[in-house]
Design a protein around this ligand. Structure first.
Ligand SMILES: *Cc1c(COP(=O)(O)O)cnc(C)c1O
Length: 377
């Protein structure tokens, strides 16, 4: 066989290929930022766009969120991707620099960094001032009870003195992260906020506490800056309260098509392991999406899936590229019919519950194989 010229491979127009897609509704994103603003009208907003904007496409979301005061990511590499993509807004790196090289790269690009441990300071003391036009902006992270990242509250004063002696840096604020804000009645939430507010009163520095759950349900966490992520994407961070109840609109709708309809007999076993058998003669649909696209392999039989808007439960094991659907609710379904896995008409929280996980994980794990498409507003 002769080698084929790459240029001869046709490009198929969007919409003409079969397989999953993730529609991104930028109007919903802007609406959800409005919900943040209504709950925390006095706060400035770092919109959290880490992990490819929770799977939605980091640059698309960054461009769609012009109304946020800044964008927050977890790692320096993500901040560099945003700068490379032409995003010229304030950026915050939540985990801070992991090496002197990262620190210098971020400093040169006007990216603000979190200092969460003593070991990050010598890079500032020894490396001299980072070579950006402005001082490097720093936030000191305090561990008020989550025990993940941050200094203990008693170590903050000494840290501020140390940073004050470094050239070319400026401490912009102190921050902490809530461990249990999804259950806002947990007394730890208030205790964490009080601990950071005490440090704020002592140091006079701006504070940042609230994540999405804090913004929605913990008043004391609505500080100078808040850091919402999941609620911007239209999913609920609160156990027992739906996104719709909170006035949030889903940004991602994950869809695909039916690629086959099988007319099966009572007793026929379905898919790998034959874990589900037809209780009667019935139509079973095969939809073009699987765990290779990020649909959760642990989704149980009975997880709702919409075919042309009608709920047709998942049956059998999820394969890499396909799932099986019970088409008894829609017996005239045909190959080519539109299938919705979550998003408009089907909350991602419901799918997450059936798969033993949280919406964050489902959204983040939509794989690179799935094209993201901006939906017309
Ligand atoms: C991811 C993250 C957030 C955003 O959390 P949501 O629950 O998605 O709102 C805020 N702050 C920190 C430190 C984070 O790591």
């Amino acid at each position: 066989m002769t080698a084929r010229a790459a240029a001869a491979v046709p490009c198929l127009a969007p919409g003409s290929t079969v397989g999953p897609w993730a529609g991104i509704d930028l109007a919903a994103l802007v609406h959800n930022l409005g919900v943040v603003r209504r709950h925390a009208p006095q706060s400035r907003v770092w919109a959290v766009v880490k992990a490819d904007a929770y799977g939605h496409g980091m640059l698309t979301v960054a461009r769609g969120l012009q109304g946020a005061d800044g964008l927050a990511v977890a790692r320096v590499a993500e901040a560099l991707d945003l700068r490379r993509g032409g995003i010229d807004r304030p950026l915050l790196v939540i985990e801070g620099a992991g090496s002197p090289e990262e620190l210098r790269a971020a400093g040169g690009l006007g990216v603000q960094l979190v200092i969460h441990r003593e070991g990050q300071v010598p890079w500032l003391e020894e490396g001299g001032s980072p070579d950006g036009p402005e001082p490097l902006g720093l936030w000191v992270k305090v561990d008020t009870g989550m025990h993940r990242l941050g200094l203990e509250p008693g170590a903050v004063t000494r840290m501020l003195a140390r940073l004050g002696a470094c050239r070319g840096v400026r401490v912009l604020g102190i921050m902490t992260h809530l461990a249990n804000a999804d259950t806002p009645e947990d007394p730890l939430c208030e205790a964490q906020c009080a601990a950071l507010r005490r440090l704020g009163a002592e140091t006079g520095l701006p504070l940042s506490i609230g994540n999405s759950a804090g913004v929605l349900a913990v008043a004391a966490s609505r500080t100078d800056w808040v850091r919402p992520g999941i609620m911007l994407y239209g999913a609920s961070p609160l156990s027992g309260r739906s996104a719709a109840e909170l006035g949030l609109r889903p940004v991602m709708t994950l869809g695909t098509q039916l690629i086959a309809v099988q007319r099966l007999r009572c007793g026929d076993a379905i898919g790998y392991g034959g874990t589900w058998s037809c209780p009667e003669d019935m139509p079973v649909g095969i939809a073009a999406i699987g765990y290779g696209d990020g649909y959760p392999r642990h989704a149980q039989a009975g997880t709702p899936v919409l075919v042309r808007g009608v709920s047709c439960p998942l049956v059998g094991r999820v394969s890499m590229d396909t799932i099986h659907l019970d088409l008894r609710p829609l017996p005239d379904a045909r190959p080519g019919d539109q299938v919705t896995l979550w998003g408009q008409g089907l909350p991602v929280e419901e799918v997450a519950r059936r798969a033993g996980t949280i919406p964050y994980e489902l959204l983040c794990r939509v794989s690179a194989r799935v094209p993201r498409e901006e939906m017309p507003g």
